[in-house]
Design a protein around this ligand. Structure first.
Ligand code: NAP
Length: 552
């Protein structure tokens, strides 16, 4: 039987964030319930099971830092962990820490409502669950509310349709099938080579050409792994104080300081190393100066020209619509090389847009492309989508969606004025998505747990961001972004991929280290910017379930 009592905290989500939050609060003596839509733990890595799914963060960095025994035991075999490996890791963590028993699985939270008189939230998941809790923490993932564009005729398609963001758990036979792939972001870039290997043919429908960086996936040298493990805790300590959650040196020289030959040599070396070494390893001003950016962009376009043999395809693959790095740069294995296969073709939707999906395929302006399978790799309603889809109603019945109608307003990306005792992990205003995410998640979880402990110690039953503090933080998030080229692109960072979404810069790009220092200072100063109060109800005492029924 699922739990029916009320809780100090409900945590929504069972990915990295939800698992650690539940663990932390349980260890701190709070009564905590996890609520998860999936049938098991994993979050992002539970749903995104598409062929080729891997993390862009390297294996040794993509794990929790608070499990020294597990980190010694856990095999590090490949440079980038695959989706099955990460899912296995999270399952192992959950089992070892005894976390599954604290979760209700298969329950998609769809109503989160504040009761001001009682000073608690009611969280519902359809007819599966209705519980009250003093605190609600959304650990719903920054990139989990999937975006499936509504193409005319899609429901009439007679073949199969799949989304990378909710790929079936089991084999999808593709041999002798003609596949169409819509979307060339990180997911599309990863799935394409696998589709091309498995299907009879693949037609890629590209709206925006991307600057794809080679991953240089490889098996890890066991000697390197041993060295790493011998120094793991020290590396973790340093990692916490990096801007991006990965301890590699940042470039110190601007492009202007270098000769043309030096710039090329530097880009070549970064390209050879691949992944983060190219993303963060060229010039100090790569995303702040148009001139420096043009050097990197030109370098990648030249590489595309060298790799892709058909000149027409190569031209279509060269990005010209945005500055390098201003849309999240996909990291791929054999992405451009895949276009040299005879069974892969490319449709440039800017010249030849989709008009409709027919029963037999996709019709673009130039004609019909016959297909048996359509794969959507069309992204997410990033950062805000998964939180707003919870239907959160705060003080005076204010809907979070309405409060954020002009763009999200948060304090530190963690709290929202008008929504007491609500915390968001890797939500808008957080640096999460522009870092190696587990490192940011650990920071958020520990800070939230610290605040809850402080409130308990001081007898405060509510904690709520003050409007002025939230306005100041929200403006700061925009100011930091405005000093870069990021806001110039139509990216999910800007909400530009979702029709009608306010166009504001969503994550905080001032650096995880800077952010951590600010959060630490705020905690040390007794949480300025957060109003704490004592409404009716007593923290720690069970509150009656409002709806009269608990988890079912
Ligand atoms: P994405 O980057 O938003 O890419 C979505 C793609 O679909 C884009 O090419 C987009 O074109 C296209 N698209 C959207 N709507 C369309 C429409 N109506 N018609 C035609 N094309 C359309 O989404 P994603 O690839 O799932 O990646 C999202 C983020 O998740 C990544 O940026 C990354 O942070 C994370 N991710 C990470 C990994 C990893 O670590 N390996 C893997 C996958 C995802 P436009 O560019 O024109 O909008």
């Amino acid at each position: 039987m699922s739990p029916t009592a009320d809780y100090d905290a409900v945590v929504i989500g069972a990915g990295f964030a939800g698992l650690y939050m539940v663990y932390r609060l349980r260890e701190d003596g709070f009564r905590v319930l996890g609520v998860e839509a999936g049938d098991g733990v994993g979050g992002t890595w539970y749903w995104n099971r598409y062929p080729g799914a891997r993390c862009d963060s390297e294996s040794m960095y993509y794990s929790f830092s608070f499990l020294p025994e597990l980190e010694q035991e856990w095999p590090l075999e490949e440079r980038y962990p695959t989706q099955p490996v990460i899912l296995r890791y999270l399952r192992t963590v959950a089992q070892r820490l005894g976390l599954p028993k604290h979760f209700v699985f298969g329950a998609r939270a769809d109503s989160v409502r504040w009761n001001d008189e009682a000073g608690w939230w009611t969280v519902r998941a359809g007819d599966r669950l209705a519980v009250t809790a003093r605190y609600v923490i959304t650990a719903t993932g920054a990139l989990s509310a999937s975006n499936r564009p509504q193409f005319a005729g899609a429901s009439l398609f007679e073949g199969e349709q799949y989304s990378t963001a909710s790929w079936p758990d089991g084999p999808v036979p593709l041999a002798s099938k003609r596949a169409g792939l819509i979307g060339t972001g990180s997911s599309g870039v990863q799935v394409l080579p696998e589709l091309a290997r498995q299907a009879q043919s693949v037609t890629v429908f590209q709206r925006t050409a991307q600057f794809v960086t080679p991953a240089r996936q490889e098996r890890l040298d066991p000697r390197l792994v041993a060295l790493w493990k011998a120094n793991y805790q020290e590396i973790r300590r340093r990692t916490k104080w990096t801007a991006g959650g990965i301890p590699i040196p940042s470039p110190i020289r601007s492009a202007a300081e270098l000769s043309a030959a030096e710039r090329t040599a530097l880009c070549e070396e970064a390209w050879r190393r691949g992944g983060i070494w190219f993303l963060d390893g060229t010039f100090s001003d790569a995303v702040t100066s148009l001139e420096a950016n043009a050097v990197v962009a030109g370098f990648v376009r030249a590489k595309i020209g060298e790799i892709v043999t058909d000149p027409d395809t190569a031209e279509k693959l060269k990005p010209w619509t945005h500055a390098w790095g201003t849309k999240r740069v996909p990291v791929g294995s054999d992405y451009y090389e895949t276009y040299n296969r005879p069974n892969v073709s490319l449709v440039d939707l800017r010249q030849d847009p989709i008009e409709e999906i027919t029963p037999r395929g996709i019709r673009t302006r130039s004609g019909e492309h016959p297909l048996d399978v359509i794969v959507y790799a069309t992204g997410f309603d990033a950062l805000t989508g998964s939180i707003e889809r919870l239907n959160v109603e705060g003080r005076d019945g204010e809907r979070l969606e309405d409060a954020w109608a002009g763009g999200p307003r948060t304090y530190l990306g963690l709290m929202v004025p008008g929504f007491p005792n609500l915390f968001t992990i890797t939500g808008p205003g957080s640096p999460g998505v522009v870092t190696n995410v587990p490192v940011a998640i650990e920071q958020h979880v520990e800070w939230i747990a610290g605040l809850l402990g402080y409130a308990r110690e001081h007898g405060h039953k509510t904690a709520e961001a003050e409007p002025g503090a939230a306005d100041e933080w929200t403006a700061h998030v925009q100011d930091v972004a405005s000093a870069t080229l990021y806001p110039t692109a139509d990216s999910w960072y800007m909400g530009a991929n979702i029709p009608g979404k306010p166009r504001v810069f969503l994550p905080y790009i001032g650096g995880l280290d800077v952010y951590r220092r600010r959060c630490d200072e705020i905690a040390a100063a007794g949480y300025p910017g957060i109003g704490m109060g004592t409404p009716a109800g007593t923290l720690g005492a069970p509150a009656a379930a409002e709806a009269g029924h608990g988890a079912g």
